[in-house]
Design a protein around this ligand. Structure first.
Ligand SMILES: [Zn+2]
Length: 308
């Protein structure tokens, strides 16, 4: 019995220390969310907002933003909770539930309670059902736009909130998404990029109608809403993830970006912006999208300066 009590104490202490670095995020949770992610509760079936969600994207941890599930692994189990037949590699930890029967699943990064996992039910070929509370998750949506007039352009100019804010104002730009590009870590969370050496830059994906605005006009604006001469970050944001870059899709975009940089240099600017081949773009968590729009404020580190 004593060993059992010590075992339980160790489990309790482990959970508490696992969640400790996330104190400020935990404080922001509603009581309902705390009941699920901290106190391991279960939301009522069919009550969660992601039960019937069909959008493409990545489901992340409510507390630490770690990517947990890809929407391509979500299926309709009819159980009343979001169900996935697979998880992002290494994202989920399985632990014996205190009821002695079920297997609990928690976020491998921060220990947040997610739900339970069941095997052998035969729902899909993977024969696994991660039964997850909607309140344990956020969804980073990927836009599902099928319009052949739309093109995609990618820029990094410091804090993505400000770059998104200004590029979204351009006529012909359909949407700007804040995210990460250029590093070696798949599906990075905001905290991965802040804390570790992922190689990623804060970047934006600009989705635009090429019949209404050209790549050159967007790229020109990009050089005028951030300081392309700063070598160590952007404004007060110092660090590798805030460096300036144009990520190009093809030779044509490379030539346009080079031409604009040459013009700036002719105008006396010592340009630090790098031209880099486009790599996979990872959208940031929903809380980083349209940041200033939601807050009703304006950027602290970006502004328009005519440079051409
Ligand atoms: Zn987590």
């Amino acid at each position: 019995m004593k060993n059992f009590i010590i075992f339980i104490l160790i489990i309790i202490t482990m959970n508490a220390s696992d969640l400790k670095p996330w104190g400020s995020k935990i404080e922001k949770l509603s009581q309902e969310e705390k009941n699920i992610v901290i106190n391991k509760g279960t939301e009522r079936p069919f009550s969660g907002k992601y039960t019937n969600e069909k959008s493409r994207g990545i489901y992340t941890c409510k507390i630490c933003d770690a990517p947990l599930y890809d929407s391509s692994d979500k299926f309709d189990s009819g159980s009343g909770w979001p169900s996935f037949d697979d998880a992002i590699e290494g994202a989920i930890k399985r632990v014996p539930d205190s009821d002695g029967r079920r297997v609990e699943i928690v976020c491998a990064n921060c220990g947040a309670h997610l739900g339970h996992v069941f095997e052998g039910e035969g729902f899909t070929s993977k024969n696994t059902r991660h039964c997850v509370n909607s309140l344990s998750l956020n969804l980073k949506k990927k836009p599902d736009i099928k319009d052949e007039n739309l093109s995609y352009a990618y820029f990094a100019g410091g804090c993505f909130w400000g770059v998104e804010y200004y590029l979204e104002k351009l006529n012909g730009v359909r949407e700007v998404i804040s995210g990460f590009m250029g590093g070696h870590v798949k599906n990075p969370s905001y905290y991965d990029v802040v804390r570790s050496n992922t190689g990623h830059l804060e970047a934006v994906e600009v989705i635009y109608d090429k019949n209404k605005i050209s790549y050159e006009e967007i790229a020109k604006t990009f050089f005028e809403i951030h300081d392309p001469t700063q070598t160590n970050g952007q404004g007060p944001d110092i660090g590798e993830q805030y460096l300036s870059a144009v990520f190009v899709n093809n030779q044509q975009e490379r030539e346009i970006a080079s031409k604009l940089i040459a013009k700036l240099e002719a105008n006396g600017y010592k340009v630090a912006t790098k031209i880099v081949e486009k790599s996979e773009f990872y959208p940031a968590d929903e809380s980083h999208q349209n940041y200033y729009g939601k807050k009703g404020s304006t950027p602290y580190c970006h502004g328009y300066i005519k440079r051409f």
